[in-house]
Design a protein around this ligand. Structure first.
Ligand code: ADP
Length: 629
């Protein structure tokens, strides 16, 4: 007996005992695994001559035995070797973050994200047995488990390649009537409800009645006699859902198809279709997920849409159909005009494919735009999940995608305290406002407290609070929106002072130029300038950056493996109205050592406020202590 890993066990416990109230979905999960296995063998047969399959023979077969309390889901798909049974069914793919302390609702989320498809069998079964024969060999293996401690693997037999999943149902309880599933009627109902669009026949032997022929000498009053017989029947419609008109398909049907085909536990946030007729004929059915797939930010994540030619899958994920910034979109594209045995390489050079990809991208953009206008709450959810990728799209295209993508962006507005689009920001700005102000940092609530943000707000201008790493870079390549340049409030010289203020600052700057020079010398190259500022609110000093590299960029670059060494040109800004300023002036005149201490402390504390690392914490602490004694 092999033991399940602790995490898998915990996951199983949750599944079996509490989480899914909707136990009947187990059948959908097993059928979709079977259908995947059929896809796999078909795809393999296209490139591997030794695998011979006839498409018409590929099918999922259901059977049940009321006495033995078993339900069997069989397929003649790719099958699993001993190792594959061990690997695929022995551990539940999981993130490593699920332990006994994980709250139940978080666990549900995780379970959903990782798709414990196969394990859902244990919601209704006390024992699951899987007999499988891989298309690679002749031997078959049986995997068996009670879902509690572990599983066993034994040699077995199977006439052809494929897999049988045999569930022995749990005993009925007061709350749960598992026996319900042991009926033709119920199994057929579940197939129609959840697996109607599976592209392979899902078959079951059904008991039917037929009248026996009347004996020749039967009189007029002869009563017909009936006999039962068994006949294999296909339960699902198999018509691809994407071939139906959108108006004829309910939202639930789309959602069920999406969940079963793309292994998601949650319904999509949006569903839309393309029906192209003309030079190139194809149907597309596209979905925007309602949550972030667990692997979206993994290197191994593969974007792409499933590609079909006349209802036959030719590629599970065709990456060329989706631009990177829409990599989260899932769906199906079906075109009769594509050759069946087309290879990845030819596809890449395929003009038809390129034309489709273009149209698909446009469609996604227009759907998102409509959603933003008509269904704001859903859009905000979608943007929270996938907005980062859209921003990267702008950044990595050096701004060439700005026209298309900038209107889709949302940022948190410090003034309105909600998400706003750039259009909304620009429309709400007073006439005299010349720029779009933003602050970038790790945390929106900290940004809201930054003196520079407060001082821009105090002038009646809104500030966008940006907490994603890509934000500052993205703003930089966008440069402007609605003819207003983006300005980071932590940049030096925002040009917001009135003429009067400017004059006053200039005069004072002259007056204290000696102090500034002395301080710059003390800081020994760490800053390119020490200057006066009118936007420090109640802080004595602040750090801003001159030139192209912002403080936020410096912070992010420094955190990258190879990004260090690029620094901003820092400016130490001083608040002339703060009581410390008078102390600086005094120290400059009377006590150069104290000036050095004050300068050092002010500089480092300004770094802290900006979220930048203090280069020499010990030196900082010592300077501070000396001032405190
Ligand atoms: P998922 O289907 O989301 O990957 P499952 O837990 O349902 O997760 O299944 C785990 C793996 O087991 C599948 O990815 C597949 O490789 C394998 N598997 C499950 N059922 C079958 C089947 N009927 N035929 C072949 N392989 C299967």
């Amino acid at each position: 007996m092999k033991k399940f890993k602790t995490e898998s066990k915990r996951l199983l416990d949750l599944m079996i005992n509490s989480i899914y109230t909707n136990r009947e979905i187990f059948l959908r999960e097993l059928i979709s695994n079977a259908s995947d296995a059929l896809d796999k063998i078909y795809l393999a047969s296209l490139t591997n001559r030794s695998i011979k399959v006839t498409r018409g023979e590929l099918a999922v077969t259901l059977a049940f035995d009321a006495e033995a309390r078993t339900i069997t889901v069989s397929d003649n798909g790719i099958g699993m070797t001993k190792d594959e049974l061990d690997k695929n069914l022995g551990t539940i793919a999981y993130s490593g973050s699920l332990d006994y302390d994980t709250a139940e609702d978080e666990a549900i989320d995780l379970i959903g994200q990782f798709g414990v498809g196969f394990y859902s069998g244990f919601m209704v079964a006390s024992k699951v047995r899987v007999v499988s024969r891989s298309c690679e060999g002749k031997e078959a293996w049986a995997w068996q488990s009670n879902g509690i401690d572990g599983y066993e693997l034994r040699e077995s037999e199977r006439a052809e390649q494929g897999t049988d999943v045999i569930l022995t149902l749990k005993a009925d309880t007061d709350e749960e009537n598992y026996s319900l599933f042991l009926s033709e009627f119920e199994l057929e109902r579940l197939v129609k409800k959840y697996s109607n669009y599976v592209r392979y026949p899902v078959r079951m032997e059904k008991t039917k009645q037929r009248a026996l022929p009347a004996p020749e000498d039967a009189g007029d009053d002869h009563e017909l006699e009936y006999e039962s017989y068994q006949e294999m029947e296909t339960l699902n419609s198999m018509t691809p859902i994407w071939k139906r008109r959108k108006a004829d398909v309910s939202e639930e049907e789309y959602a069920e198809f999406y969940k079963s085909d793309f292994h998601d536990y949650a319904a999509p946030a949006a569903t839309f279709t393309i029906k192209a007729e003309g030079v190139l004929n194809y149907d597309a059915l596209l979905f925007i997920p309602s949550h972030v797939p667990f692997d979206l930010y993994n290197k191994e994540f593969e974007k792409g849409l499933a590609l079909y030619s006349s209802n036959v899958m030719i590629m599970e994920k065709c990456p060329d159909l989706l631009p990177d910034h829409y990599n989260f979109v899932r769906g199906v594209v079906d075109s009769a005009d594509l050759a069946l045995n087309i290879s990845r390489e030819t596809l890449q050079k395929n003009n038809q494919l390129r034309a489709m990809a273009k149209r698909i991208e446009k469609k996604i953009t227009s759907e998102l735009t409509t959603m933003m206008a008509d269904n704001r709450e859903t859009y905000e959810g979608v943007f929270e999940c996938f907005g980062r990728g859209i921003k990267y799209g702008i950044y990595t295209s050096y701004g060439s995608l700005k026209e298309t993508l900038a209107p889709l962006l949302l940022y948190y507005s410090a003034k309105q305290e909600k998400m706003v689009s750039l259009r909304e920001y620009a429309d709400a700005a007073p006439a005299e406002q010349e720029a779009i102000y933003y602050a970038a940092g790790e945390d929106e609530s900290l940004l809201a407290k930054m003196p520079m943000v407060k001082s821009v707000l105090a002038r009646g201008f809104d500030v966008l609070l940006c907490s994603q790493e890509v934000d500052d870079f993205c703003m930089n390549v966008m440069r402007d929106f609605d003819e207003k340049p983006f300005k980071n409030v932590a940049g030096a010289d925002l040009g917001l002072e009135t003429e009067e203020e400017k004059k006053e600052t200039e005069e004072k700057s002259k007056e204290f130029s000696g102090l500034f020079e002395a301080m710059q010398e003390i800081l020994d190259g760490k800053v390119s300038k020490v200057a006066l500022s009118t936007r420090l609110d109640d802080m004595p000093a602040g750090i801003t950056a001159e030139g192209f590299v912002s403080l936020e960029m410096e912070r992010i670059l420094a955190a990258m493996p190879e990004g260090g060494g690029i620094s901003s040109q820092r400016v130490l800004e001083l608040n002339v109205d703060h009581p410390i300023f008078a102390k600086l002036v005094d120290a400059a005149d009377n006590d150069p050592e104290r000036l050095a201490l004050l300068t050092n402390v002010l500089y480092n504390q300004a770094l802290l406020v900006e979220g930048l690392p203090v280069a020499d914490p010990i030196d900082f602490a010592q300077s501070l202590s000396q001032l405190l004694v």
